[in-house]
Each structure stands twice: as C-alpha cells, then as structure tokens.
Design a protein around this ligand. Structure first.
Ligand code: BQZ
Length: 690
C-alpha cells in the first residue's frame, strides 16, 4: 500500500519539492450547512399514551351484522367470547373523527412480493404494510409521533403492562388475557416461549427483521411465569431499549400452535422445511392482526378480511377493525404514488422525490380524491462501507483489498469529499425538499446535535488528496487509480433496484467517484435479494435508505453500532463470530452501551452527541441526501391522526392506527372483493355465514 506513495515522494524530491508540500491541504471539515427550511405541514396533537388506549372490560360488545350472521349460524362463538377479558379500548377523545362505522376497504399498492407467511423464519410478506397489519407485537411505537416527550415509552399492545425489578435487572411482562389467534387458538406464553427459545435463541432461525439475543442484550434470559406472565433477566440494569425491541419487527410472537410442529426441534423435517412450511399460496395463516390473508393472486393482489377474534374495541364496545377488507395491489413502489393521487389506490408514503412535483400538482386540484401532507425531513440515504476484513461475506482478493481500503479513514474521506450532495438532491427534485446530509443521526430526531456533527464539504481536490493519502494513484494513466498489484481499483456498490431514488442516488455516486479516479460498478438487486446481499456481507459499499434507528435512535438502537455479531448492517462478524472492529467503531459501541445503561436523559443526550461526532468525523457512512416524505391518503377515510409522519418510530401504516380508520357510510365505495366472507381454516378458502 505504501509503494505508490514512496514512488511519488521520490518523484517530488527529484522535482525539489518535499512530499509533504506536494500534498495540498484537504478542505477542513465544517458544521453541517443549514438545511432549507421545510416545516411539516401539520403538527400532531400531543397526548399521553393512556389518552390513546387502555385495557378494560366493557358492559357489552358489538360486531358487524354480517359477522353476527356467522354467530347465528353457529360458525362463530358470540363476540363477547371472542374478545379477551379486558380488550384494548381505543379512546374516542383521541379519535379525530370519533367512533367509526363498519364497512369498506383500504386499497394499498406495494412494490414487494410475499415469499411466504413464516415471518419468524425470515420470509417477507412484501412490505408496504402487510406484515405491520398481520404481525402484532408486544409493544407498539408507530403512534409515538403524537406522544408527549415526558411520556415517551413504547405503547402497550399484546403486552398490556410491565414492571421493572427494584434493581432494574429484570422486567416482568403481563400479556393481555384471553386474546385469541384469528383461528380461535388462545394467545398466551406458549407463543412467547416458542418465539424466544425456538426463534430468537435458535441460531438456525433468523426472523425477518433479524431479532437475535443481542437485540435484547447479550446474556438476557426469559422465564415463563404463567399463562400470561413472563420475566426477562438482564446483565445490566434498566435496559429500556428492550421495550422498543418488543415493538414491530422484533418481539412479534408467531402462532406456536402451527409453527412448532414444523420446527425441527419438534418433529419438523428440517430448518429449510420450517422456513418453507407456509407458502404464499396458503391462505388463512393465523394472525393476531386485524385482518387475515384470504386471497393471493401472484403479481396481482393480496386480499385480507377482518379477523373475527381481533382483541381491540372502541369505547362503544364495537369490535375493531371498522374496515372489513384491506387489499394490497402487487405493483411497484412508484406506482403506489401514482395510484394514490389518481384515486385507484388509497394510501402511499410519498418517499421518492422524483414523484413529488407530479403528486403535489395532482393533489393540489380541489377535485383530487386524495389529500397529501408533508411531514418532517425523516428520509435519509447513506453510503456504507463494508468494514469487515476478517471474512464476513467470503470476499475474493479484489473485495478484500477494497475492504482494507474501506478501513482507511483517508479512503472513506475520498468518498465524502467526492460526492456533491447538492447535485444529488437536485437530481431527485428541485426546491426546498432535499438537504445535504452529513450522515448518522437525521436532523428530525431530538437527539440530533449540529455541533456534534462533522461535515466534509464537496471538494474534488480534497478527494484526490485523500486518495493520495490513502496511497492510491493512477499509476498507468488510464484515469483509474491502481491497487498495489497494478490493477485498477474497482468497487462494487450494492443498491436496491425496487426504487428509482436508490438507483438515481447510486448513479450519481458512480459518476462522482469516476471524477476522482475511482471506478464504481453498480450491483442493483431487487428487495429481498438486496436485503440478503446486504445482510450477507456481499458488498464493498452499499447505499441504503435509513431504517428507524437513524431517525428515532430508540427504535432499532442496536443497529446503530456493532453491539453484537449481526447488529450494525455495515459490519457483521465472520463465520467464527469474530468482529474486527476499528477503534472508532468500538467507541460507537461504547456510546450505545452508555445510552442503554442509563435512564438519565442528559447522559443519554451526551452519549448520542459523542456517537454522532465519532460516526461523522470517521465517515462511518457517507450521508448523501435527506428529505421529508408525504402521506397521501384517500379523502374518504376518517380518523387519520393529524401530522402522522410517513416514517419515524415506524412507517405510516403503523402510525395511522389502521384498525381505527373508517369510512362514513355515505362515502363507502363498495370495492370489497370478498364481501360477507371470513377466513376459513388454514390452507382452505373463505367461509360464508349461510
Ligand atoms: C413502507 C414500508 C412498510 C424495508 C420497506 C422496503 C424493504 C426494506 C422497508 C415504505 C416499504 C416502503 O419499505 O418503501 O414506504 O411502506 O415498506 O414496511 O423498502 O425493501 O427492507 O426495511 O421498510
């Protein structure tokens, strides 16, 4: 690596110029430039969690008349027997339009495709709100966007309450009592036991969002106390992050009564067979969510019908959800925006700036079927470096050489100096939307501190100086710098092919790196293939739209640093479980550990300031662009919370609390595809009352 530098120094000496003088100064880092002012259009009405919902028994319950017909036909127990002892009761005062009426449909459009229904073995449902609707979790954080800072803690959900031991070393959790799966099977700690021991703690099983023991703290154990109580034991006091790790994506128990028999530990044929046991054409998979999958036409549509055992009601005793059907049209993410503003779809997270202008134009028309409201600047793209040099992803010689370079700060500085963030943002959309993003925490989180954020401004000269300092020069004059063996440096950049924005940002990076003599080749993969390549370390660099951790800190906090062998998506352990952290990466780990080890707000804020400074001055990732998203939703829907962001603690599909959303009778569009039908037995079709 030092070879080219020695030659260059020799050349400089011959020219009577000292090598150090030859290296002009790299431009000094600065504080991040002020972002163009862009306020969220509507502010939430801030409340406490207890203002949203509570658990209590009501004197009487009701259900849609067409569901009552199933009871009258002896095909369902009476609604009171289908509900838990104390259902979750959504409070009317927190509903923007009050208690709703039954009927109608919400028509989603999504870009993913369901692999199968075994979320617990890592199968995706295709995103876009399907899994959020079907797979409910112990706590819930989507609606926290409207919760007062003083009450900011995950909302109770399947876990209706919890208490810490005096010393904070254990947490006793109380499940809702008497809730049932959509096929009538009881929900209880049998499901918790299976999830913890045979999913999270089984190294052969990886749930979709990667929950592992590290997610809940190394050394954490779980004891079942009784049918509705369990206890988690920790090695450090008061790890409150665990309560967030009980929300969507992590502690979301599966139906053990159907999963367990397929698991190799309980007679299942193999782990592969367990993974594939519930294929996407198998209907009526039992859920705790508000709707059940009753039809899947590949590449066309998924239809879900209300869950007659859903365990939530409104204060008048109406069993939720109000909407009888939710559909997911299987298309593309870009088409979701188009259909939402056209009115053929009902919902979109406007998250691709290329569609901003057209969507704004269409929604501005008073006759537009949809309303559009921008939220905070909570979408961010970063370029990450694969920092493993000890074998994660089985690199070949070329890839290994790039990883060694990735571990060199001067090489990482080359990239952050070479990218013109303004040009990247303008290539997506002109106007006040995009901001120059330094990387790390987004400005929309309360933990963001500009004084702790190190920003390397666009400077081609500085990029070239950094490249030289990293020992790379174009020794054969072909415009591309060379590795010590003389071959051109060629970096592969992994990008998600499902989004125009991901590709446009990546193409901008390729062009800008070429300007400084670094050849970058795109590896553009669709959804799950992209996720598998990223998680499998099959990349030199990858571009990623942030997940929750960079916009909320507390949701997904274990992903902010390599706190375990497979937590920080830029640096996993090798096959032997070894993590070769760089010294600054260890500091990131220490900052996250410090954050998790205290309940003191000031100490937490300091830990995140140190994290942000360490992350950005070491260019752990290159921030590229950040911008606000907009929620587009059809105007016929009521109970859409004010100021619901498309992304913060979770996506809008969670944030708007769909089970409370309704369509007034006079606005219902009669677009249900299975009117009057409920899910039948697992693997069979739907059932009718008569
Ligand atoms: C929102 C979201 C709901 C995943 C997914 C998708 C996957 C990633 C990410 C977003 C889609 C939509 O995002 O883009 O607006 O509806 O589904 O889950 O990008 O490929 O793996 O993290 O959430």
């Amino acid at each position: 690596m030092i070879y080219p530098l020695r030659r260059a120094a020799l050349a400089a000496l011959l020219l009577g110029v000292s090598a150090t003088a030859m290296q002009a100064e790299m431009m000094a880092a600065t504080a991040p430039p002020d972002a163009p002012k862009f306020d969220a259009q509507v502010e939430p009405v801030y409340v406490n969690r207890s203002d949203i919902a509570e658990f209590k028994a009501l004197p009487a319950y009701s259900e849609p008349a067409w569901v009552k017909a199933f009871v009258d036909a002896g095909k369902l127990p009476p609604v009171a027997e289908r509900l838990p002892k104390e259902p979750m009761v959504y409070k009317t005062a927190n509903m923007p339009d009050g208690n709703g009426v039954y009927g109608d449909v919400m028509r989603h459009v999504i870009g993913g495709r369901p692999e199968g229904w075994n979320f617990w073995a890592g199968q995706t449902y295709g995103w876009g709100g399907i899994d959020i609707a079907l797979v409910e979790c112990l706590t819930r954080t989507g609606p926290l966007f409207e919760v007062n800072a003083a009450d900011l803690q995950p909302m109770p959900n399947l876990a209706k309450s919890w208490e810490w031991a005096e010393d904070g070393k254990s947490l006793t959790v109380h499940l809702i009592e008497g809730a049932k799966w959509s096929d009538g099977d009881p929900f209880d700690t049998e499901d918790i036991d299976f999830y913890w021991n045979d999913v999270v703690m089984d190294p052969e099983v990886t749930p979709l969002m990667g929950a592992s023991q590290e997610t809940y703290g190394v050394g954490t154990t779980l004891d079942i106390i009784d049918a509705y109580t369990f206890k988690m034991n920790f090695t450090t006091p008061f790890p409150e992050a665990v309560l967030y790790a009980m929300a969507y994506g992590n502690f979301c128990p599966g139906p053990s009564h159907v999963l367990k028999p397929q698991h190799p530990k309980y007679g299942g044929k193999s782990y592969a067979a367990f993974h594939d046991a519930f294929p996407a054409d198998m209907m009526n998979f039992p859920v705790m969510g508000a709707w059940v999958v009753v039809e899947h036409r590949p590449d066309d549509i998924i239809v879900t019908r209300r869950n007659p055992y859903y365990w939530k009601v409104d204060e008048s005793g109406q069993q939720l959800p109000y909407l009888d059907e939710v559909q997911y049209r299987l298309s593309t993410w870009g088409d979701r925006d188009v259909q939402a503003v056209a009115g053929t779809g009902d919902f979109s997270n406007l998250e691709q700036p290329e569609n901003f202008v057209e969507s704004l134009k269409k929604a501005a028309d008073p006759s537009s079927p949809a309303r559009l409201a921008f939220g905070p600047r909570s979408i961010g793209y970063q370029l990450f470096f694969n920092l493993s040099a000890n074998g994660w992803g089985e690199p070949d010689a070329r890839a290994q050489a790039v990883r060694e370079l990735n571990r060199n700060l001067d090489f990482r500085k080359t990239v952050t100096y070479a990218v013109d963030r303004q040009r990247i943002g303008d290539s997506l959309v002109k106007g006040p939307f995009t901001a120059l993003y330094a990387g790390g925490l987004l400005t929309s989180t309360s933990y963001y501190d500009p004084a702790s954020t190190v920003f390397y401004p666009f400077s081609l000269d500085s990029a070239k100086e950094a490249l030289k300092a990293a020992g790379l020069e174009d020794t054969d004059g072909n415009g591309v710098v060379n590795l010590p063996g003389g071959e051109d440096l060629n970096v592969t950049l992994l990008v998600n092919a499902d989004y125009a924005t991901d590709k446009n940002v990546a193409e901008g990076v390729v062009a800008m790196m070429a300007d400084v003599g670094v050849k970058v080749t795109l590896n553009s993969l669709a959804g799950k293939d992209y996720d598998n390549a990223r998680e499998g370390g099959k990349h030199d660099w990858y571009i990623r739209r942030n997940d929750q951790e960079f916009v909320s800190v507390v949701q997904g906090i274990s992903r902010l640093a390599p706190t375990g062998p497979a937590t920080a998506t830029w640096h996993y352990a090798n096959a032997k479980g070894e993590l070769d952290l760089l010294p600054y990466e260890q500091k990131l780990v220490d900052d996250i550990t410090a954050f998790n080890s205290t309940q003191d707000a000031a100490t937490r804020a300091d830990a995140m300031k140190d994290y942000q400074k360490t992350f950005t001055e070491n260019v752990n990732a290159v921030g590229l662009t950040a911008y606000p998203g907009a929620l587009i939703i059809n105007k016929r829907f009521a109970n859409i919370p004010l100021g619901a962001p498309i992304f913060m603690y979770n996506w809008a599909e969670d944030n708007i609390i769909r089970e409370r959303v309704f369509v007034p009778a006079d606005k219902q569009i009669g677009a249900e595809l299975h009117p009057g039908e409920l899910a039948g037995k697992l693997g069979e079709g739907t059932i009718k009352a008569e």
